[in-house]
Ligand binder design. Sequence first.
Ligand SMILES: O=P(O)(O)OC[C@H](O)CO
Length: 179
Amino acid sequence: MSIPNLLTLSRIVLTIPLVALLYYEPKEWAIWSFAIFIIASVTDYLDGKLARKLNQVSTLGKFLDQISDKILITSLFLVFMFIGKVNFWLVFLIIFRDTFVSGIRMLAASEGVIIAANYFGKFKTVSQIILLCFLYLQVITNWDITAFVILLQWIVALITLFSGIVYVSGYLRNSERGK
Ligand SMILES: O=P(O)(O)OC[C@H](O)CO
C-alpha cells in the first residue's frame, strides 16, 4: 500500500482511541483525544498533497480519503452530541447530507461517472474540523465560548447543506445533458 493511502488509513484507526478518550472519564483524557484529532486532521492535509507529489493519486486513495473523513468527523460529532456539546439537528444534517451524497455517488458510479470531492466539499470538511476544535476547547478549557460555538454550528450547517446541494444539482445537470 502507498504511503499516502497508509496515512489516510491511519485516520480510520486513530478514530477509535480518539473517540474513547473523549467519551470516557476522566475529563482530562479529552486533551489527549484533541492531540490525536490534530494529528488526524494533519494527515487529511498531507495524504492528498503527498499523493500528488509522489504521483500516487488513485481511485482507492480518493475513496479512502472520503470514507476516513466521514468516519472521523461523524464519530466525533456523535460523541459531542452524547456529552451535550452539540445539537442533535446538526449531527442529523451531517449524517443525512453525507448519506445522500454517497447515494448520488453510487448512482453516478453505476452510470460510469466518478464524482470526486469538490471545493465546496473540502471547505465543508475544513469548517467541520474548525467547529470540532472549538468543541474540544469547550470541554478542555473554562472559556465561555458557548455563543460563538452556537453561531459556528449555524455556519457549518449552512456550508454542509450548500455543499450537498452543489453535488446533487451537478449530478442532475450532467444526467440531463446525457439524455
Ligand atoms: O464533499 P464530501 O462529502 O465528499 O467530502 C469532501 C472530503 O472530505 C474532502 O477530503
